[in-house]
Design a protein around this ligand. Structure first.
Ligand SMILES: O=C(O)C[C@H](O)C(=O)O
Length: 507
């Protein structure tokens, strides 16, 4: 009978969370590299190049793949014959491991958890608590599947109880366009079909840590209805043309994984959860012989990528930018930004708008006139860094504040990731402003362009505080130009039509 010591579990959780913060799973790298090779859309190819280069830099530098280092999800299969050497609850042990990983001085990770979820939403400071799921199984081992799930992809989860005669494939295809690009495609779709409402969600989440093997499945052929559905969804979702970062392209998903369970005759529960470019999970088993040993992947698993951010890019001086200059920028044009910008995301926007509504001045140093605002919540720096990984957050969440901020502060442009909604696009057009995107999932690479970082306001908001960054040649793309043309509308439309014209190969 194995005795699971509390220190072994805590150490294993902490080590595994550190490991997955900087090592992508090798199957993800293989699948993304193949998609990168096959991609024909220049914008999507460039996005994938940046994600792959970023991934390698993180593996070498042991720094997080994404500034959103996730909410920790732990699935345990607890052997019913094992013995625990602890007086503490499993939740407490996992949280101690999370605390150790997220505050590790060599590779500090971002604390993203707020408590309570409504009202004050104060950052807990160490990314606890984790979400813990357990299942009792025969045997005397402890099997652990650990994930650090990004908020942007989690926000796009969907659930429905369909009529038993409805088509799951049709329902999934209806969801994808409304999910936009905030889940940072290309990634993986996890589906849970059947069971009950809560069982379907859990199955969808668990499906995301299955190995990526859709091409092997295609090669050997489906053996049952679930495998047939995986292949059908893989083809049909990619035919939507959404592409990497929603810019239009051949690959939107690298795999579709499905778990299923018997269900009530009256119901067809279906849950859909996407995983982003910062796919992070690992799997280990404790048998009482000590903590888990995780082997580092070979660095030659990462492809050599030729990506020149300067090719065809316009250099922009943010310190002297004018509305006349931004009026000449074209949708999809690549820029290299240098100079000063301010940062701010969800909580800072809420506070700014509350101040504006009360007619009060913004805090000292928060002068947005003719400035760019970067939607980011960075990781804290370690060693000689000025800031840790600092990729963009989903801009769509800031849409509700955009018109008022453009109107009342003189802000000239915004930088984020994913599409803007109709109201924000209209505001951008009316105020002759602009919206630029950096690549979600390339946070460490983006941080290399940040030469200084200074806290300006709202320190209590932690990673959501307002900072001033000085950047040099920060690569971005014009996503909504000053006339209101959005590449997240034009790109997928164009690629959906092109994919429809590609003749289907009969093998
Ligand atoms: O919280 C973040 O930094 C990003 C978030 O995961 C998002 O994708 O919007």
């Amino acid at each position: 009978m194995s005795h699971i010591r509390e220190d072994d579990l805590i150490t294993s959780i902490a080590d595994a969370l550190q490991y997955i913060s900087y090592y992508h799973p090798p199957d993800y790298i293989r699948a993304l590299s193949a998609a990168y090779e096959a991609e024909e859309s220049p914008a999507a190819k460039s996005a994938m190049a940046q994600i792959l280069i970023n991934s390698r830099l993180c593996a070498e530098g042991h720094r997080p793949i994404c500034q959103d280092t996730g909410i920790v999800i732990a699935f345990f299969k607890v052997g019913m014959a094992l013995r625990w050497d602890t007086n503490r609850s499993l939740q407490e042990l996992v949280d101690e491991g999370v605390r150790g990983a997220y505050t590790h001085p060599d590779n500090i990770l971002r604390a993203s958890i707020v408590d309570p979820p409504i009202g004050a939403r104060r950052n807990t400071g160490d990314n606890t608590p984790a979400i813990v799921h357990t299942e009792l199984v025969p045997g005397d081992k402890l099997e652990v599947r650990l994930a650090a799930k990004g908020g942007g992809s989690e926000n796009k989860a969907r659930f429905a109880i369909l009529n038993p005669s409805a088509s799951v494939v049709d329902w999934v295809l209806e969801q994808l366009p409304s999910m936009g690009a905030g889940w940072c495609p290309p990634g993986i779709l996890g589906l849970g079909i059947g069971g009950s409402a809560e069982k379907a969600m859990l199955m969808a989440k668990a499906a995301l840590s299955e190995p990526i093997n859709i091409h092997e499945l295609r090669a050997r052929g489906p053996a049952n209805a679930i495998e047939e559905m995986r292949l059908e969804l893989f083809e049909k979702v990619n035919a939507l043309g959404i592409g990497a970062q929603g810019l239009g392209g051949l690959t939107t998903v690298l795999d579709v994984q499905i778990n299923s369970f018997p269900t009530h005759a009256a119901s067809l529960p279906v849950a859909l959860i996407p995983n982003c470019a910062a796919t992070r999970h690992c799997h280990f088993t404790l048998d009482g012989s000590g903590p888990a040993q995780l082997e580092p992947p070979a660095l030659d698993s990462w492809p050599e990528i030729a990506w020149d951010p300067t090719a065809g890019a316009r250099r922009v001086d943010l310190n002297s930018i004018t509305r006349e200059q931004i009026a000449s920028w074209q949708p999809g044009e690549r820029l290299l930004l240098s100079g000063k910008l301010l940062t701010g995301r969800d909580a800072a926007h809420k506070r700014i708008v509350e101040l504006l509504d009360r007619g009060e001045a913004l805090p000292e140093g928060v002068d947005l006139s003719n400035r760019f605002l970067y939607y980011v919540g960075p990781v804290d720096p370690v060693r000689d860094e000025v800031v840790g990984p600092a990729g963009p957050t989903t801009a769509t969440r800031m849409d509700r504040f955009t018109d008022q901020i453009l109107e009342q502060t003189g802000l000239i442009g915004m930088i984020g990731k994913a599409e803007r909604g109709p109201a924000a696009i209209d505001a951008i057009r009316r105020h002759h402003a602009v919206y630029l995107i950096a690549i979600g999932g390339a946070a460490y690479l983006v941080s290399k362009a940040i030469k200084s970082a200074r806290l300006i306001a709202f320190e209590d908001l932690g990673m959501e505080a307002i900072r001033e960054f000085e950047v040099e040649d920060m690569p971005v793309t014009v996503a909504v130009d000053s006339r209101g043309v959005s590449v997240h509308e034009t790109g997928p439309q164009q690629w959906r039509s092109r994919i429809a014209e590609i003749p289907i190969k009969v093998e």
